[in-house]
Design a protein around this ligand. Structure first.
Ligand code: HEC
Ligand code: HEC
Ligand code: HEC
Ligand code: HEC
Length: 228
């Protein structure tokens, strides 16, 4: 199925499961949606509160693909996150889905929940821009929040180049600054393949800091002397 058609198809299921406010206004949200809609960190709360649209990772590329500013696009594109939707079409996913009695992992809300971006809003078409694609898997906006306002804001400010001589500084609220609890939203034992999440190792594996940033804002909890 082409992505656009599968998106339409998904919108159908997702409208029922993920966006009860739209499809099932008067009924209780199903457990999957409820889990997502419960904000358990500042970053997650900010993400759920945002009214901006998800525009998809491809819409970040033109401004965020330079080594001098951290090369976040290539870093993401080469990471497991970019392949998270693809993974649901693979053999391993088929096996897991069969064991759970699910027909197709790439269409099952039980799997999409953590393997695509903006899962809490799937089905609400107004929240997704034209370049948004489920194929992006866990995209930039899974961690930075919906970026419609950011892109409009930067274009309006004619600030299309990320500065190389200072750290980036955005107006408060334009994007979400991720926190570790946000990672745990997906990296937890609800994942059928869960492996213990080592914050230090995992943050290093996805790092795309600005070269001038000496102290990350998201850092692993300090280890006690005895654990070193
Ligand atoms: C929306 C859900 C989601 C969020 C939020 C998320 N991840 Fe992930 N992460 C995934 C999924 C799904 C995979 C597996 C991708 C695949 O291989 O298909 C993954 C894979 C990874 C991997 C590769 C691990 C491996 O063994 O392949 C690293 C490293 C990682 N995540 C780090 C992080 C960190 C650090 C954060 C928080 C800053 C984070 N993730 C937030 C869903 C998420
Ligand atoms: C799995 C979560 C995750 C994904 C996916 C992700 N980022 Fe990040 N991003 C982070 C974290 C964590 C930081 C570090 C914040 C800090 O410690 O200061 C960060 C920082 C940044 C920064 C600021 C760097 C700095 O030091 O000022 C930019 C710009 C950025 N990301 C852009 C992107 C873009 C563009 C994409 C997609 C192409 C993306 N990110 C995907 C988690 C993520
Ligand atoms: C039109 C260019 C443009 C596009 C497109 C764009 N950005 Fe940015 N972004 C910027 C600029 C410019 C800055 C730095 C602003 C400054 O400090 O003056 C920035 C900064 C950031 C930061 C740093 C925030 C911080 O506190 O360190 C993140 C994260 C980020 N962008 C994410 C994204 C994501 C995710 C997308 C795509 C969905 C995206 N950007 C698309 C221009 C853009
Ligand atoms: C709670 C979030 C979550 C849910 C729900 C989830 N996954 Fe994942 N999945 C992850 C994360 C995070 C990873 C990265 C490895 C890990 O820590 O589990 C991952 C990795 C995977 C992998 C790659 C394993 C590897 O190491 O190559 C497969 C396959 C997979 N998931 C299939 C599924 C299927 C099928 C479903 C639905 C039945 C599903 N996942 C539901 C979060 C989730």
């Amino acid at each position: 199925m082409r992505p656009t058609r599968s998106l339409l198809f998904l919108t159908g299921i997702a409208a029922l499961v993920f966006a009860p406010a739209v499809a099932l206004r008067s009924q209780d949200p199903q457990p999957v949606a409820a889990a997502w809609k419960k904000a358990d960190s500042a970053a997650h709360a900010a993400m759920l509160a945002s009214k901006e649209a998800y525009l998809g990772s491809k819409s970040c590329k033109m401004c965020h693909n330079k080594a001098e500013t951290g090369d976040s696009y290539d870093c993401w594109e080469n990471s497991g996150h970019a392949k998270a939707f693809e993974t649901l079409k693979g053999e391993a996913a088929k096996k897991i889905a069969a064991e759970l009695g699910l027909k197709d992992a790439a269409k099952a809300p039980e799997c999409l929940k953590c393997h695509v971006t903006g899962a809490a809003f799937l089905g609400d078409e107004e929240r997704f821009g034209k370049k948004f694609s489920l194929e992006d898997g866990v995209g930039c906006e899974s961690c930075h929040g919906p970026a419609g306002g950011h892109i409009d804001g930067r274009k309006a400010a004619k600030a299309t180049k990320v500065p190389t001589d200072r750290l980036p500084e955005l107006p408060p609220g334009e994007l979400v600054v991720p926190d570790l609890a946000l990672c745990s939203q997906c990296h937890n034992d609800e994942s059928p393949t869960y492996e213990a999440f080592d914050p230090e190792k995992m943050l290093k594996a996805i790092a795309h800091l600005h070269p001038l940033r000496e102290k990350p804002r998201v850092s692993p909890p300090k280890k006690k002397e005895s654990e070193k």
